[in-house]
Unconditional design. Structure first.
Length: 95
């Protein structure tokens, strides 16, 4: 192996280390605290609650996505959906 590879590896190591330290210093600058605090609060502001599985299945055996006969579901799930929300509600009550 050529001795040049040792120098190249050393240079790459130093460059990566400097990049890491630079990003770390940038992230901890006081002017970024306000932005990062606002970003940290975003998940708590989300008020959308995903619907339960029972609400997705229509009583006719189709799906909430509008595809007839549960075409977007596997055959097993389409059969469960065709039995209506009551079966899914009983499964949730059993938990």
């Amino acid at each position: 192996m050529s001795p040049i590879w040792g120098h190249v590896a050393g240079i790459v190591t130093v460059v990566l280390m400097l990049a890491f330290v630079g990003i770390w210093v940038w992230a901890w600058l006081p002017q970024h605290k306000r932005d990062f605090d606002a970003l940290a609060e975003l998940p708590m502001e989300d008020e959308d609650i995903p619907p339960k599985r029972a609400e997705l299945a229509s009583p006719e055996g189709g799906s909430a996505l509008g595809r007839p006969g549960g075409a977007d579901l596997s055959p097993e799930l389409a059969e469960l959906a065709s039995q209506g929300p009551s079966l899914l509600a009983r499964q949730e009550d059993a938990r």
